[in-house]
Each structure stands twice: as structure tokens, then as C-alpha cells.
Design a protein around this ligand. Structure first.
Ligand code: SAM
Length: 350
């Protein structure tokens, strides 16, 4: 399957010279035979995201959504638009915990394979953001880091763009002087440092600011507020892949998101920006500690009533849930909330 992807990348390079990293990602992730053609997320897939680690993630996020719903004047229906829904794991959790509200859940998913999987859920499935949100919330968990980005590197020759070219049969990095417009979007770099510059993520903020008439957008991703952030890397079979040019289509490709650039663009577009807070801070604010105490009490009751096996399962679940707030792992994801003017900071209902 990834042979087709390689053939398309080679053809593109032969046609117009070394291609931008964004064009390379477009083929490797989203083209025919690309990594996202079938949903790759989950324990059986190539990597896991927060809702796949424990359903407590959706339970606490539902409190945040309920708080947004209250701040919006309790609209009926309450529109929830999730972009990058993959197999609907988060959608299921949220719908379960918002069951008493009339929710119009819209799943925006680019991957045809993922859209097929979503057909069984009580959600409207679309391929792109196509309607205004007037009294609702948009969510995107680990979407922005996967949007095709350019790579900028500071070298002794100046600010360079890292493109993808061919050396014999192999795909290789090729440095060319950066277009000044692209370099301007990059954070300041020290010699040898590199940044992922995501024009697509900025376009996403533009599109969402056009569509959001009244409401919130909650964007969650790995990333940075200052500085160049993490290196480009991939995931295959639950392992980190360093060489993202080898075997394109077989691994995810990602890099930390520039939250400062997103915040600037959102403010320019007239949106309020709250945060970012870390996922750890966000889940604690939404009642993580109370949730853990309840599970501990449930475990104790099960033990006292002789249901030892069930008690062990609760203990295992509690341990797993704590991964979501681990400061060295998922807990360092960043949550930022955008809102149309006049709306208050949502506080959840812990
Ligand atoms: C890492 S996954 C998202 C993880 C998921 N939100 C979760 O919580 O498990 C990225 C998903 O975003 C989808 N995607 C990428 N670009 C998109 C776009 N412009 N619109 C909608 N979906 C997109 C991909 O097809 C892929 O399924």
C-alpha cells in the first residue's frame, strides 16, 4: 500500500523538484493509501490518544461542554462539532455524559475509512467544516499537529526550508533558502534549531473564526507557547519513529503545535483566547481529584462486599486514568479555548 504513496511522492518530486514537507505529509497521511486512510488510533492501532486511555477523559470534558452550554444560554439543540473524530471514541463518551441535553453532534472527519466507522453513531458525519456554529462548541483533540506543516531550520547559510527530494531511490531532506513569508511565521531560532510552521493550522483558525457565530472552540494538542518546540517525529505500532522519510504512509507524522501563533491569529480574527492550560491543570479544574476519590471509595465498597475481582478492575482503571494527568506524558498536552466576544471563560462543573 505504501508503495503507491512512495510512487506519488517520487512523481511529484520529478515533476516540480524537491517538495515542501507539507506536500510530503499530504501524500503520506491523507493521499490514497496514506496513513489516515483507515483509522490508526487505539490500542490495536499505531498510537493512543486521551479518550482511548480512559473514558474519564470524555466524562470530565463533558463538564466543560455543559459549562459552555450554560454560558451560551442553554441552546436547544446544543451543537457540538468535533473535528478529527477518527473512530468516534470521544464522541461516544461525550454523548453518554450529555445524554440529558439535546445535542446535535457533528463529526468532521477527512478520512474516508474513519467516516465509515462513524456511520453507526448518532452523529452527523461530514468531510469538512461546512456550516456556521451559532450556539455551540467545536472540539479538536490532537488534530492540529497532524495538519501538513512546513519545516524551517536556521543554518549557517541563514533561514532555510527543509524540503523533500530524491537521492537515487531514497527520499532525503533538501535545504533551500526559505520564502521570507514562511520564515516570518517561524519562531526565533538558534543556529541548528528547527520549527514546524503550520500554515494549515492558521487556516484552520481562520475557517473556525468564520464559522463560529456564537460559541467556543476547545483545541487540545502537544505543543509550545514559546520557542521552537518538539522535533518532527512519527508513530508506528505504538513506537516513536525518528526517520519520517522512510516508508511514508506507514507511520503518523507530527510535531508540537505553535500555540502562540494560533493565539495571535485567533485574536486578529476577533476571538477571545483563554489559556493554554496543561491537560493536567484542565482535568484537575474539572474535578479529576474528586473523580479519583469516588473510584477509591467504590473500590473499598467492592472489597468489603467480597467482589475482589471487580475491585481490582476499579484499581486498574484508576491507575490508567492517572496517565491522563501525568506531567511527563499526556498531562502536558495543552488546552486552549477560543470564544466569540462577550462569552465568559467556561469553568466546568466539578
Ligand atoms: C490524531 S487523529 C485525532 C485523534 C482524535 N481526535 C482522538 O481524540 O482520538 C487526527 C484525525 O484528524 C483527521 N483530520 C486531519 N485533517 C482533517 C481536517 N482538515 N478535517 C477533518 N479531519 C481531519 C485525520 O483523518 C485523523 O483521523
Amino acid at each position: 500500500m505504501s508503495q503507491d504513496v512512495v510512487a506519488r511522492i517520487r512523481a511529484a518530486i520529478e515533476d516540480h523538484g524537491p517538495i515542501s514537507f507539507a506536500e510530503f505529509m499530504e501524500h503520506a497521511l491523507y493521499g490514497p493509501g496514506g496513513f489516515y486512510e483507515r483509522p490508526p488510533v487505539g490500542a490495536e492501532g499505531h498510537f493512543v490518544t486521551s479518550p482511548h486511555v480512559h473514558p474519564m477523559f470524555g466524562e470530565l470534558m463533558a463538564r466543560e461542554l455543559r459549562s459552555m452550554w450554560g454560558a451560551l444560554g442553554r441552546p436547544e439543540p446544543f451543537t457540538v462539532v468535533e473535528v478529527g473524530t477518527v473512530d468516534g471514541t470521544l464522541a461516544r463518551q461525550l454523548l453518554e455524559h450529555l445524554g440529558d441535553l439535546s445535542v446535535d453532534y457533528v463529526a468532521v472527519e477527512r478520512s474516508p475509512g474513519a467516516r465509515d466507522r462513524l456511520a453507526e453513531l448518532p452523529v452527523r458525519v461530514v468531510a469538512e467544516l461546512e456550516a456556521d456554529i451559532d450556539g455551540g462548541a467545536l472540539l479538536a483533540n490532537e488534530l492540529l499537529d497532524n495538519l501538513p506543516f512546513h519545516r524551517i531550520r536556521r543554518s549557517a547559510q541563514g533561514t532555510m526550508e527543509v524540503r523533500v527530494g530524491l537521492r537515487g531511490e531514497r527520499l532525503v531532506e533538501v535545504e533551500v533558502p526559505s520564502d521570507p513569508a514562511l520564515a516570518e511565521l517561524s519562531p526565533t531560532l538558534e543556529l541548528g534549531e528547527e520549527a514546524a510552521v503550520s500554515v494549515e493550522a492558521l487556516r484552520f483558525v481562520d475557517a473556525l473564526s468564520d464559522r463560529l457565530r456564537k460559541g467556543y472552540a476547545l483545541l487540545i494538542d502537544y505543543g509550545r507557547v514559546d520557542g521552537p518546540g518538539g522535533e518532527v517525529h512519527g508513530y508506528r505500532g505504538q513506537r516513536v519513529v525518528a526517520d519520517v522519510l522512510a516508508d511514508p504512509g506507514s507511520a503518523d507524522i507530527t510535531a508540537g503545535v505553535d500555540f502562540s501563533a494560533l493565539a495571535r491569529r485567533a485574536s486578529e480574527r476577533g476571538l477571545q483566547v483563554f489559556g493554554p492550560l496543561t491537560q493536567r491543570e484542565s482535568l484537575v479544574a474539572l474535578g479529576f481529584e474528586g473523580w479519583i476519590r469516588n473510584e477509591l471509595a467504590r473500590q473499598g465498597e467492592l472489597l468489603r462486599s467480597g467482589a475482589g475481582r471487580q475491585a481490582v478492575r476499579v484499581w486498574e482503571g484508576r491507575n490508567r486514568a492517572t496517565l491522563l494527568t501525568d506531567a511527563a506524558g499526556l498531562g502536558r498536552l495543552l488546552w486552549t479555548t477560543l470564544a466569540t466576544p462577550g462569552l465568559p471563560l467556561p469553568r466546568g462543573e466539578p
